[in-house]
Design a protein around this ligand. Structure first.
Ligand SMILES: Nc1ncnc2c1ncn2[C@@H]1O[C@H](COP(=O)(O)OP(=O)(O)OP(=O)(O)O)[C@@H](O)[C@H]1O
Length: 324
């Protein structure tokens, strides 16, 4: 017997078998090929339509600042000017954290309307601060106070999660508005914490060009970095590098860094043991969570902490180099 399936989209199919094929309830044109590769025969990785490079931002543990890094890295990449290009890169964010989507809040889109669909049934991403993004959170009903659409629990079994991930990967229209130069240079994926179904599904379906793993200095978080690195290696995703978040605290009254979680020695040792590059060490800055809570990515805060912002810019430069 099937367990409960709390599905949320207005036009969701109600037949359980259809739900397994199409959990987001997207209309399909008859005659389109089934989307998920069938089990018999090797699974073919496919490109994400209209996306040149895919970067996963992940963490072994929850709450280490992965979504904050993913969103701000997307903005830092969008500000990056590649030496061989006369335009800024086009960047998008896809929130693959089905069970705890944070992107709607971080992007100031928590109370946004449901995304519209193209005539072919693809989801049109929502845009704020000039950056397109898509999240499971946009498809959930608003909570009783009418304010938030990310408080609703998604209670899905593994197969449903797989199919939802697949639809978020392949059924979002990233072409953008400009017909002449459409599509994204980089799609940043905000991964769920840990090593569950979502990264495995991702690794099976899509060629991912790089992974950034975020950790905090505490030993419990660092030990999970190893698991993250092992998992990405297993699914053939190159590790772009590690980011140490809340590495130190800079007191507003003095410029001295305080290593309030102890030294970052274990992190450095782990990076060297797993052979991963350290992309940057971001300080703990009070304004980061304040800006996030107001739906403004910290990279866009004009008088934001200079060290935090320049570290994020350097991370973006390194990531861009690694992807190209
Ligand atoms: N460098 C920083 N300085 C200050 N606050 C930070 C910093 N990085 C993240 N935070 C805050 O820490 C909290 C957790 O961050 P975030 O939601 O990005 O973590 P996460 O790893 O994505 O969590 P989850 O596992 O729930 O998805 C947020 O309130 C965020 O604003």
């Amino acid at each position: 017997m099937r367990g409960p399936l709390y599905l949320t989209r207005r036009n969701l199919n109600t037949s359980a078998s259809l739900l397994h094929e199409n959990p987001l309830g997207l209309p399909r044109k008859p005659g389109l090929p089934p989307q998920i590769p069938r089990r018999n025969g090797p699974i073919q990785k496919r490109p994400i339509p209209n996306v040149k490079k895919v970067l996963a931002v992940a963490s072994g543990k929850g709450g280490v600042g992965k979504s904050t890094v993913a969103v701000n890295l997307a903005f830092a990449l969008a500000m990056h000017r590649a030496p061989d290009s006369d335009r800024r890169p086009r960047i998008g964010i896809l929130d693959l954290d089905i069970f705890g989507p944070s992107v709607p809040k971080l992007m100031g889109l928590e109370t946004a309307e449901e995304p519209r669909l193209t005539k072919n049934g693809a989801i049109v991403p929502l845009t704020n601060h000039g950056l397109p993004c898509m999240s499971m959170g946009f498809l959930l009903p608003k909570s009783a106070d009418g304010q938030s659409n990310t408080d609703t629990a998604v209670v899905w079994r593994g197969l449903m999660v797989q199919k939802a991930v697949q639809q978020l990967l392949f059924d979002v229209d990233w072409t953008g508005d400009q017909a002449a130069e459409s599509g994204l240079d980089v799609l940043v994926l905000d991964m769920p914490p840990g090593t569950g179904d979502v990264p495995l599904t991702l690794g099976q379906l899509v060629k991912v060009d790089g992974a950034v793993i975020v950790s905090t200095p505490q030993d419990v978080a660092i030990s999970d970095v190893r698991k993250g690195v092992t998992m990405f290696k297993k699914i053939d995703v190159p590790i772009t590098g590690l980011v140490l978040n809340t590495s130190h605290f800079i007191c507003p009254n003095c410029t001295t860094p305080h290593y309030i979680f102890g030294s970052n020695k274990s992190f450095h040792e782990t990076a060297s043991n797993v052979g991963a590059k350290i992309l940057g060490e971001l300080p703990l800055v009070g304004g980061v969570s304040e800006a996030s809570d107001h739906g403004v990515p910290y990279m866009l805060v004009n008088d934001g902490n200079k060290e935090w912002k320049s570290t994020m810019k350097n991370i973006a430069n390194d990531v861009w180099e690694a992807l190209h």
